[in-house]
Ligand binder design. Structure first.
Ligand SMILES: Nc1ncnc2c1ncn2[C@@H]1O[C@H](COP(=O)(O)OP(=O)(O)OP(=O)(O)O)[C@@H](O)[C@H]1O
Length: 261
């Protein structure tokens, strides 16, 4: 079953065609990364899925609903580069915020935030303010907040972009175990080829002017189970495949021979 169904989506700003005829399906529990040069429309595509923008033409469906209905129903969690936590609320209160909006009762909210705090390893910081946490810790809280209502879909726009390399790798590993546990599908925007390869089932390669999908690179699901994935020749081979796809900037995916539309 598909979680996101994007059909012939175009987005035109007054001076820019940000996206042109983009079609993409994201399956249940699938991890899909969007990668491409600056300005190719990655964030625009994510914002259209989240109904934070309206398309010029084409459609987006989230779990068989229109994007706007899915937003009203809060069918997805969002995490962006800036953790975007509310400084006047404690860490626990931040995590509970979407549950409050869902009108979940106090006891259930507390139980869920306790479970999530444990999952992200920050139980002892429950009553701290976000400003007392490091960038990586804040990012973990933002992810826990996005996961609180148990969404089947997570939309993430460079959530680890501001972190140092070591914290970033740790967060990537944590994110994978979190989505494995919650079975959420993820649409993930990144500038890092390594990050895209490490996390994804499929890497969607985009090119600008007009923004479109040029190739989709499948990543071997066995890659993550290798003893030291990031050091393995298989990992570097996959990175090379994505890098070459980025260099090709070829025809849209439905015109690339042998590629599915
Ligand atoms: N609100 C807006 N008004 C006008 N043009 C916009 C707006 N938002 C984005 N654009 C344009 O649309 C194009 C795609 O922008 P978008 O932010 O989606 O790219 P991106 O691939 O996410 O870039 P980056 O990797 O630099 O974050 C760019 O040319 C940008 O200038």
């Amino acid at each position: 079953m598909s979680v996101v169904e994007i059909d012939n989506l175009s987005k035109q700003y007054p001076n820019t065609v940000a996206l042109h005829n983009v079609s993409l399906t994201v399956g249940d529990g699938e991890f899909v990364s969007l990668i491409g040069p600056s300005g190719c429309g990655k964030s625009t595509l994510l914002r259209l899925i989240a109904d934070l923008e309206s398309p010029t033409s084409g459609t987006v469906q989230v779990r068989d609903k229109s994007a706007s209905q899915a937003r009203k129903d809060q069918d997805y969690g969002i995490a962006f580069q800036q953790a975007g936590l509310l400084d006047w609320r404690t860490v626990r209160e931040n995590i509970e915020l979407p549950l409050q909006l869902h009108k979940v009762g106090r006891a259930e909210r507390r139980a869920r935030s306790t479970e999530l705090l444990e999952m992200i390893g920050l139980s002892e910081f429950a009553d701290h303010r976000p400003t007392e946490l490091s960038g990586g810790m804040q990012q973990r809280v933002a992810i826990a907040r996005a996961l609180a209502p148990k969404p089947r879909l997570l939309l993430m726009d460079e959530p680890f972009g501001a972190l140092d390399e070591m914290t970033r790798e740790k967060m990537q590993t944590e994110l994978l175990s979190i989505v494995e546990e919650t079975k959420a599908a993820v649409v993930f925007v990144t500038h890092s080829i390594g990050e895209a390869v490490y996390l994804s089932d499929r890497v969607v390669v985009m090119s600008p002017r007009p923004g479109r999908i040029t190739e989709i690179v499948d990543i071997d699901p066995g890659l993550r189970d290798l003893p030291d994935t990031r050091e393995s020749p298989e990992f570097f081979a996959a990175i090379t495949r994505v890098r070459e796809a980025l260099r090709r900037k070829g025809a849209p995916v439905d015109e690339v021979a042998g590629e599915p539309a």
